[in-house]
Design a protein around this ligand. Structure first.
Ligand code: SAM
Length: 237
């Protein structure tokens, strides 16, 4: 099988700059031109974003907190974070996704009459292995699905190295493997079955975190009919 870092990463980049961009922009958007499956995934994903916002705000206000949104897509998380006053780096491997996120942020984040208001996220086209710097919090939602476990370990280690206080990850759990298997075709349908979907056992993700001195503090799970995401919050052990 191909792996991320070799052929897979180029395939993923190409997909999310073209047909994948069109497809996911629609799913993550608000328009009515979605089918039943896409509508269900939209709902599941929005629940994940809500859960992440709850996890983050539970620990106190986000004003001035630095957050790296690795694989930001259309900005579904970056924008609400900025609205809460977080200082956000929104980064994605796909230039099309970053441009869309920036456009939506400019539409949604306006300064008030006093010129105060949310800080516009910093947008960057970058694959997450190339991210650097330090952030209070690093978040990476629904990106691991593009990584086989062999590559996911390194990716998790790298994201943890950027985070000072917490790392939040979501991924498709392997527990639902057989269920999902039937539906993977729905996630990446049509002529562009370009990308492969990888599921991850929670124990493998936990082990990857432990190896670099992190432990899981909170767990969440979002399930709808066609969307499954395990959500974890990790902190230095
Ligand atoms: N995190 C966003 C959200 O939850 O709304 C987007 C999730 S979308 C399913 C996956 C995103 O991961 C895509 O925007 C894709 O371009 C990005 N991606 C995939 N592989 C990546 C990599 N190696 N580095 C950075 N971004 C990547």
């Amino acid at each position: 099988a191909e792996e991320v870092g070799g052929g897979d990463k180029e395939v993923v980049r190409e997909y999310f700059n073209n047909s994948g961009f069109q497809r996911w922009k629609k799913i993550y958007g608000e328009t009515d031109d979605v089918n039943k499956v896409q509508r269900d995934i939209r709902l599941g994903h929005s629940k994940t974003v809500e859960n992440v916002m709850a996890m983050l705000t539970d620990e106190g206000p986000l004003k001035g907190v630095t957050v790296c949104d690795a694989g930001c897509g259309t900005g579904a998380l970056s924008i609400p974070l900025a609205k809460e006053g977080a200082i956000v780096l929104a980064s994605d491997i796909s230039a099309a996704m970053v441009a869309e996120a920036k456009k939506q942020a400019e539409e949604q984040l306006s300064a008030d009459s006093e010129g105060a208001g949310p800080v516009m996220p910093k947008f960057e086209v970058n694959d997450l292995e190339s991210l650097n710097g330090k952030y209070d919090t690093v978040v990476c939602l629904d990106v691991l699905i593009h990584y086989p476990q062999s590559k996911a370990d390194g990716m998790i280690a790298h994201l943890a190295s950027l985070a000072e206080k917490r790392l939040i990850l979501s991924f498709a759990p392997k527990t639902f493997y057989y269920d999902l298997l039937k539906r993977v075709g729905e996630l990446f349908p049509g002529p562009s079955k370009a990308t492969r979907a990888y599921l991850h056992a929670e124990a493998d993700v936990e082990r990857a975190l432990q190896k670099v001195g992190w432990k899981i503090r909170k767990r969440g799970l979002t399930t709808t009919q066609f969307y499954f995401a395990r959500l974890i919050e990790a902190v230095p052990a």
